[in-house]
Write a protein that binds this ligand. Structure first.
Ligand SMILES: Nc1ncnc2c1ncn2[C@@H]1O[C@H](COP(=O)(O)OP(=O)(O)O)[C@@H](O)[C@H]1O
Ligand SMILES: O=C(O)C1=C[C@@H](OP(=O)(O)O)[C@@H](O)[C@H](O)C1
Length: 163
């Protein structure tokens, strides 16, 4: 949901010396069309099926930093798969800031509504417990400096690996 996962994920991957992948980008590559077009032709259900297949295909091998679309947690199998195959980070950003960071971008079909802030508030309320269920680390993504979030994550990964 425009929480800053690309910014933070790329920086983290660089620090870890691992490749960075983005599941939405992979879906666009596979279909050859932008995400709003998938929603138009196949509806949200069609997009979610492609998303689940992509998550399945990109996880399990390890050795990479994967950014996922904000709705990936709706599907219990996605939550389980992500949680069991890697360290999952929930980058939590309040709806008002999500709105600020996404309002110039037309690439999010779920936000093509009259009141995108209200939609973000609704989605955040529904999804927050699901992100927490899937995640090993919950981090405040409203931090101003992405590098600070990355430093924090590196310390947390270290702690988890030693536990
Ligand atoms: N820590 C941050 N502080 C301020 N702005 C940020 C931060 N992280 C991301 N942004 C901005 O928010 C927007 C969305 O970030 P991005 O990383 O592309 O999000 P996502 O991949 O989750 O959609 C971009 O304009 C980016 O510059
Ligand atoms: O929140 C969602 O359900 C979605 C978020 C989008 O990704 P971002 O999290 O990058 O916006 C994209 O996967 C799709 O439009 C659906």
């Amino acid at each position: 949901m425009g929480a800053g996962k690309t910014t933070v994920g790329r920086m983290l991957a660089k620090r870890l010396g691992r490749p960075f992948l983005d599941s939405d980008h992979e879906i666009v590559e596979r279909t050859g069309v932008p995400i709003p077009t998938i929603f138009e032709i196949e509806g949200e259900d069609g997009f979610r099926r492609r998303e689940a297949q992509t998550i399945h295909d990109l996880t399990g091998g390890g050795g990479l930093v994967l950014a996922t679309g904000g709705g990936v947690v709706i599907n219990p199998e996605n939550r389980r798969r992500l949680n069991e195959t890697g360290w999952v980070v929930y980058l939590n950003v309040p709806p008002r800031l999500l709105y600020e960071r996404t309002r110039h971008d037309r690439n999010r079909p779920l936000l093509h509504v009259e009141d995108p802030l209200a939609k973000l508030e609704e989605l955040h309320a529904i999804r927050d417990p699901l992100y927490r269920e899937a995640a090993h680390i919950v981090v405040d993504g409203s931090h101003l400096v992405a590098a600070g979030i990355v430093q924090h994550l590196l310390r947390e990964f270290n702690r988890l690996c030693k536990a």
